[in-house]
Ligand binder design. Structure first.
Ligand code: GTP
Ligand code: MG
Length: 137
């Protein structure tokens, strides 16, 4: 597929990095298909990250992801999922390469600035979680 899904997480929104992150996304050749700023309830954040519900950090993750505004977006580019994972960098910013969004903006493994879908299937599921058909033109 040529689409992926991203969120700018509450740490990056609170720290004023929406513009800087969108600039990096645009400079890497992604088209913004759909975008909105919103705040997840704890229940909705728990649903979004349900795949991690047995992990020790799940409670912390849900609390953090519902703690403030996020920016959700669907992005389009050839090889979108893989290329976007490269652009965001490693989950732990201590391991993220120079030039990646997490290297520049992430504070820690928990407060790591951005989400990127890990498969074409999840990109579609996650995009549908936030956007209606009419919004995904
Ligand atoms: P996402 O794009 O947000 O899905 O990150 P990822 O695919 O790089 O990592 P993964 O899906 O394995 O984990 C989801 C999110 O859980 C991460 O982005 C982190 O915010 C959080 N997370 C992962 N491992 C830890 C951890 O050890 N401690 C804490 N506090 N959070 C973690
Ligand atoms: Mg993930």
């Amino acid at each position: 597929s040529n689409r992926t899904f991203t969120m700018i997480k509450p740490d990056a929104v609170a720290n004023g990095h929406i513009g800087g992150i969108l600039n990096m996304i645009n400079a890497a050749g992604f088209r913004i298909v759909a975008m909105k700023m919103t705040q997840l309830s704890a229940a909705k954040a728990g649903e979004f990250y349900a795949v991690h519900k047995e992990r020790p950090f799940y409670g912390e993750l849900v609390e953090f992801m519902s703690s403030g505004h996020i920016v959700a977006a669907i992005l389009e580019k050839e090889n979108a999922v893989e290329d976007f994972r490269k652009l965001i960098g490693a989950t732990n910013p201590a391991n993220a390469e120079e030039g990646t969004i997490r290297k520049k903006y992430a504070e820690s493994i928990g407060r790591n600035a951005v989400h990127g879908s890990d498969s074409d299937e999840n990109a579609a599921i996650e995009g549908d979680f936030f956007f209606s058909g009419l919004e995904k033109f």
